[in-house]
Design a protein around this ligand. Structure first.
Ligand code: NAD
Length: 489
């Protein structure tokens, strides 16, 4: 299976990716080559164009040139192109999923899910672009009429991560393009093939030259022109808080509109009135999707003392069924970490927790399959002085922390610099309402671990980010408000 898929990848590379970058409607081959590896094996699977700062400057100029025609196109026409792009992505879901798994590592079924999820943003924003309504304000002056309009902000830039190499692009590009803005994408260096493959389909869907461009290369070299060029009016980033801070500082020079989707450190709170089976099912989904490399991933399992032992036992039993392996093997549940640094961070968190008194309840197969593999591990008796309780893990390590009261657990859950998502499992509606009100985060799942999708405002509080993606709020990130006063009527 893995061998066959690899052969297929070679063909796909020729059909879809062509080893180039999409700049101003042309596929350029770049000055150097950028090598892409399979994170499961370390094998080189492709190389693509490595773009320079000069290429990025040319892309910004091309985007600026394309702006007026794109913004003048009726929203319905822009929507038709986005829908056609979504259809092409879905028509090629099989091939795209192989590309995603080959460079990102996630199990093929999850790659398929990502393709559908990613296409969904294009379809949803295709319609939402037609609903960028303004306002009419009751006037404060006699004989005048007050209007507020929403207008496209201008050239947008997206710096995207490797954990969802298709969906994090379509979530940003769908909104920008529907709003009437051209967008330049700098994908993560680990996963350029997915970005270039969907760029090939964008071209087929009829996106004009300069409106959607993808340039792969050194993150600092390519982001510097994006940050400092005043023609780039909006920057949308998904990735680590550390890089987010750096980009915020850079964007301040030209006072860009920024949207930052940064790290998470989600608390997953389980009260003792809960149906244990449902809580374990939710915990599995919240921890192990994308092999734990998800900003929504549950990082701290707070379990009320009355149910703590039973939960740990049932959770460990479910975790023991997870199979670690190559994502193209259909039996795999947990693939490799896309980056060695992420795998090493997982191992360091486990070592630190054990040194400080945590117990390893489960750590099983996979550790020897290659340096990027991390065994699903359950740590119990975790306390707040351990790294895993204070920093994002981004891998298949689960930490269980016992608690006594509702008040205590909400305070502990909120004692974090992060505030992306939170989960609460309880049978009490009053408790669920109280917890959802008091948790300091942008998204809360009550008795569910699955709540994302195009219509929801995705984003965090505190150092988890700024702005929202998806939903009408996501469209607004790429628009400016204009107030117009008609006087002397
Ligand atoms: P990262 O922030 O370094 O990478 C994300 C994107 O930023 C990539 O496109 C990368 O090329 C780009 N980038 C990196 N340094 C840059 C710079 N100086 N200037 C401009 N762009 C730059 O993330 P990482 O090192 O790949 O992962 C580290 C941690 O970040 C993870 O363990 C996880 O905690 C977090 N992360 C979160 C998300 C998310 O979905 N919010 C995604 C990826 C990583």
């Amino acid at each position: 299976m893995v061998g066959l898929a690899k052969e297929r990848l070679q063909t796909l590379r020729k059909d879809f990716v062509a080893g180039a970058a999409l700049l101003d409607g042309r596929w350029i081959s770049g000055h150097r080559r950028h090598v892409v590896v399979d994170p499961a094996t370390g094998d080189q699977i492709a190389d693509v164009a490595h773009c320079s700062a000069a290429d990025m400057n040319a892309a910004i100029a091309a985007a600026e040139r394309s702006f007026s025609a794109w913004r003048e196109l009726l929203p319905a026409k822009r929507g038709a192109i986005l829908r056609s792009w979504a259809s092409l992505i879905l028509d090629h879901a099989e091939e795209l999923a192989v590309i995603v798994t080959s460079e990102q590592g996630k199990p093929l079924a999850e790659a398929h899910h990502e393709i559908r999820y990613g296409a969904g943003f294009l379809e949803w924003f295709a319609a939402e672009g037609e609903r960028a309504y303004g306002e009419t304000i009751p006037s404060h002056k006699p004989g005048s009429l007050l209007h507020v309009r929403m207008q496209p902000i201008g050239v947008a830039a997206a710096i995207t991560p490797w954990n969802f190499p298709v969906a994090m692009i379509t979530r940003k590009a769908g909104a920008a393009l529907a709003a009437g803005c051209p967008i330049i994408v700098k994908p993560a260096p680990e996963t350029p093939l997915s970005a270039l493959a969907i760029a090939r389909l964008a071209e087929q869907a009829g996106l004009p030259a300069g409106v959607f461009q993808v340039l792969v290369g050194d993150p600092i070299e390519l982001s510097t022109p994006l940050l400092h060029d005043a023609r780039v009016r909006a920057l949308s980033f998904t990735g680590s808080t550390e890089v987010g801070r750096h980009l915020l500082q850079g964007a301040a020079d030209t006072v860009k509109k920024v949207s930052m989707e940064l790290g998470g450190h989600a608390p997953f709170i389980i009260f003792d009135d809960v149906d244990l089976e449902k809580a374990v099912k939710g915990a599995m989904a919240a921890k192990f999707a994308t092999s734990g490399q998800d900003c929504l991933a549950a990082n701290r399992f707070y379990v009320q003392k009355g149910i703590y032992r039973a939960f740990v036992e049932a959770f460990a039993a479910e975790m023991a069924r997870l199979r670690v392996g190559h994502g193209l093997d259909p039996t795999t549940d947990i693939g490799p970490m896309t980056k060695l640094s992420v795998a090493n961070k997982c191992r360091a968190q486990v070592d630190d927790a054990v040194k400080k008194g945590a117990t390893v309840v489960l750590a099983h197969q996979g550790a020897t399959a290659g340096p990027n593999f991390v065994s699903p591990t359950l740590l119990t008796e975790v306390s707040e002085n351990m790294l895993i309780a204070s920093e994002e893990t981004f891998g298949p390590i689960a930490a269980a922390l016992p608690f006594d009261t509702e008040e205590e657990v909400i305070a502990r859950a909120n004692a974090s610099e992060m505030g992306l998502a939170g989960y609460v499992y309880t049978d009490s509606l009053r408790r669920a309402l109280r917890a959802s009100e008091r948790l300091e985060c942008g998204m809360v799942g009550i008795n569910t671990a699955s709540f994302t999708g195009p219509p929801i405002p995705f984003g965090g509080w505190k150092q988890s980010g700024l702005g929202r993606e998806g939903s009408r709020h996501g469209l607004a990130e790429f628009m400016e408000l204009k107030y117009v006063c008609f006087g002397d009527l």
